[in-house]
Design a protein around this ligand. Structure first.
Ligand SMILES: *Cc1c(COP(=O)(O)O)cnc(C)c1O
Length: 368
């Protein structure tokens, strides 16, 4: 089945004597002791089961585990690692997960940060103790592309597990398990939820091995699980995911092309542009380039902030993947230790009419 069909039908599992068309929200925390019944909602819940089922199918995996946030999903992987394991992660890794590595699990595992766009640097970082390689493509905030196929080959040769944070691409544009990754991670807070009103995370695996069983135990017993209502909202959103992604991609492509030609813009980072360093690889491994882009505006931080302040349709807020367009200056969000350039602006392109978005940008830039 096509993703559009999977998204609509596998997210909706009705098991109710009144036969509603839409799956009800099962708020019950406990279930009658009976054959084949669920036991307790921390272990399993009908709405969570539907979410895990549809995400397993969309990512072409064999099982999924949903969590209360993307960070909780990432933490489950780090907690499942054996004590003293070596892992390799990207320099341009989502900053919240970097913080987990630097401040929470730093005394239990060994971490090497590498530029994942440079295969030779990755190869050089591998040791006999390397247990896992983490990728994020496209990455945050520089929208960098890693060659997932080549990294997967390298990982296989060395018997290393490969994880891909697929939050920016979504299963509509990229299926890392098909390319050779072992586990896919999503912050479902972003495009999967799509309306900036639910927090969540999910892991999808290509095999139910011991590592996966440990992750399932961390989910059920660690207990960082999403509520039935959160799972319901995510299933409701997934039904339109494919169409939303096409709209995000189309709008982002138009804005990236517009910004690239504008004299006030120094550089645009968007894999859909022919000039982008990741274009060729992205074209080979993605079915669309997504709705996230970054750019450097000419001038200093104050100049960038004034530009953002003049925009009417782009809200100055963090996060991404919602129907509304968001914009932020990364260094201002990342704080004093930020590695981002002071004039780096990240944009989550929403689903507003493209003419309105372009007019808003044009007005704000003409006053720059
Ligand atoms: C937001 C995000 C996360 C963390 O997810 P939360 O739901 O905020 O905990 C992880 N990876 C990427 C790429 C993200 O954008």
């Amino acid at each position: 089945m096509k993703p559009e069909t999977i998204a609509i039908h596998l997210s909706n599992q009705v098991n109710d004597l009144n036969h509603p068309v839409i799956q009800p929200i099962t708020l019950s925390t406990t279930f009658l002791h009976a054959e084949q019944s669920m036991i307790y909602s921390r272990m399993d819940n009908p709405n969570r089961r539907a979410l895990e089922t549809v995400m397993t199918a969309l990512e072409k995996g064999v099982d999924a585990a949903a969590f209360a946030s993307g960070n909780a999903a990432g933490m489950a992987i780090f907690q499942a690692l054996p004590l003293g394991a070596h892992i390799i992660v990207p320099l341009d890794m989502y900053h919240g997960l970097q913080k987990q590595l630097r401040e929470i699990v730093n005394d239990k595992i060994n971490v090497t940060f590498v530029d994942m766009t440079d295969l030779e640097k990755l190869r050089a970082a591998i040791t006999p103790e390397t247990y896992l390689i983490w990728t994020e493509s496209p990455s945050n905030p520089l929208i960098q592309i890693s060659d997932l196929g080549k990294i997967a080959k390298l990982a296989k040769v060395h018997g290393i597990r490969l994880v891909c944070d697929n939050t920016f691409a979504t299963p509509i544009f990229q299926n890392p398990l098909v390319i050779g990754a072992d586990i896919v991670m999503h912050s479902t807070t972003k495009y999967i939820g799509g309306h900036s009103d639910v927090l969540g995370g999910i892991l999808i695996t290509n095999k139910k091995d011991g590592f996966w069983e440990k992750i399932r135990t961390i989910q059920a017993i660690g207990g960082a699980v999403p509520s039935a209502f959160d799972c319901y909202l995510l299933c409701r959103s997934i039904k339109t995911l494919a169409y939303r992604m096409k709209g995000h991609f189309s709008n982002a492509m138009s804005i990236a092309s517009y910004l690239e030609k504008h004299p006030e813009i120094e550089k645009v980072y968007y894999p859909g542009l022919h000039s982008d360093a990741g274009h060729a690889i992205a074209k080979a491994q993605m079915a669309g380039f997504g709705g996230m882009l970054s750019f450097l505006i000419r001038g200093d931080a104050d100049h960038a902030d004034r530009f953002i302040g003049r925009l009417k349709l782009f809200s100055n807020a963090t996060s991404l993947g919602g129907v509304e367009s968001l914009i932020e200056r990364r260094a201002a969000v990342e704080g004093p230790n930020s590695k981002s350039a002071p004039n780096l602006i990240r944009m989550s392109v929403g689903l507003e009419g493209i003419e309105d978005l372009l007019r808003d940008l044009d007005k704000a830039l003409s006053l720059a």
